[in-house]
Design a protein around this ligand. Structure first.
Ligand SMILES: Nc1ncnc2c1ncn2[C@@H]1O[C@H](COP(=O)(O)OP(=O)(O)O)[C@@H](O)[C@H]1O
Ligand SMILES: [Mg+2]
Length: 386
């Protein structure tokens, strides 16, 4: 039946044209809400209990310095529409500074570059990147996100739409091909005030073909094609604490650029042997790259994502921990409803609210926190050894 239905269509291109038009219209309708990011998606505020938990202090500490008459160190509280104290991310960061709470990057240390990368799609690279970015922002760090995957999922999650908001020239593409200084022009603010983004565009796919071609990329002026991102990041590192690169599911030149610009590599892996085989391919590729060229990697770690708790996943986890002993984090991220909902909302789990989702959302955030704690031990160590 199916084959007959398809045989009626003249060519493969014809076969695709109706679903493409239908899909594009659906996305256009959906992205109407996304078309005007700063008007339509506003970052939430937090209640005083949540603020205290984020800041790692008691509510009383905040109240002591934030008196209704404005006489305390923190001045007047801010309130939401129902008259409760409300804390924006800016306000949390102000309190953090005034009360000397929280860790920060040591004075003079350079931004840490962390790439989330693996030779496989659908394993949680983008979900991990955005979740970590928002967790780190809540901890008071300034973040730059770089979307290196032409599919642009991270870009959508940051509330930007390729069709309306920018062209392929306004991505990392021209930074890598023409001039590293252009990096300052392609950084965009997101609705999280301390999270910036270099977006991706589907038409930046050809960057991977052009980069190694001396006719298409300015090799004479810019030097080896694999070091361009590293070169460009030097111009913006002073503005950030952590730079997170979300790589595409490939081992192409843009990914290699991310690897050689990185201090830390984070490799999501599913608890199954399918992902294990592609991980081995990727490890081999990385090893030969790092043997041939200069790198400054301080840590390489797998972590298991999307663990559904069944027998096969448990067995696969044990197997992976044995094989990757020394390069695998303790944190395992279970399959979690909060991440699924965030995926369906083109957002991060940190932006979801609503009673019915609370437990699932909290669980997903707690998994992210644990993962973040573990990664930050490496980042902190890297900062201290600079
Ligand atoms: N731990 C998890 N639990 C449930 N869903 C997850 C989890 N990690 C990722 N996902 C979902 O799996 C899908 C693929 O994840 P994504 O981060 O886009 O993968 P990648 O970037 O590696 O292609 C997304 O819909 C995401 O929301
Ligand atoms: Mg992705």
């Amino acid at each position: 039946m199916l084959a007959n239905k398809q045989n009626k269509v003249g060519s493969a291109a014809d076969l695709l044209s109706t679903p493409i038009t239908r899909g594009q219209n659906a996305l256009k309708a959906y992205t109407k809400i996304l078309a005007n990011p700063h008007e339509t998606r506003q970052l939430r505020t937090w209640k005083i209990g949540e603020a205290a938990a984020i800041l790692g202090c008691h509510q009383q500490t905040i109240r002591k310095h934030e008196k209704p008459d404005g006489s305390g160190k923190l001045g007047m509280p801010e309130y939401d529409q129902s008259g409760h104290r409300a804390y924006s991310l800016e306000r949390l960061n102000f309190i953090r500074r005034e009360l000397g709470l929280g860790k920060s990057k040591p004075e003079g240390a350079s931004a840490a570059v962390v790439s989330v990368t693996i030779y496989k799609g659908g394993v949680g690279k983008t979900n991990t990147t955005i979740s970590l970015a928002h967790e780190l922002a809540l901890r008071g760090y300034r973040i730059l996100l770089i979307d290196l995957d032409p599919q642009g999922t991270l870009t959508y999650k940051c509330n930007f739409n390729q069709t309306f908001d920018f062209t392929a020239e306004e991505t990392i593409k021209n930074v890598l091909l023409d001039d590293p200084l252009l990096i300052k022009d392609v950084i965009r603010e997101t609705h999280w005030p301390t999270v910036d983004l270099i977006p991706a565009h589907e038409e930046m796919e050809d960057t991977d073909y052009s980069l190694p071609d001396p006719k298409k990329s300015n090799t004479k002026k810019l030097g080896p094609a694999v070091y361009r991102l590293k070169l460009a990041l030097e111009f913006v590192k002073q503005d950030y604490d952590i730079i997170l690169c979300d790589c595409g599911p490939n081992q192409g030149p843009m990914t290699l650029n991310a690897l050689l610009a990185s201090d830390h590599l984070l490799l999501p892996i599913l608890p199954d042997l399918n992902t294990f085989t592609s991980s081995m391919t990727y490890l081999n590729r990385m090893k030969s790259l790092f043997t041939d060229v200069e790198e400054n990697i301080q840590s390489i770690n797998f972590f298991i994502n999307n663990h559904n708790g069944n027998k096969q996943a448990v067995a696969a986890e044990a197997f992976l921990r044995e094989q990757f002993d020394g390069i695998i984090l303790d944190s395992t991220i279970p399959t979690s409803e909060g991440f699924i909902t965030a995926g369906n909302n083109l957002s991060s789990v940190y932006e979801l609210r609503g009673k019915n989702k609370n437990t699932a959302v909290k669980n997903s955030m707690n998994y992210t926190k644990k993962l973040c704690d573990e990664i930050m031990t490496y980042v902190q160590h890297g900062w201290e050894n600079q």
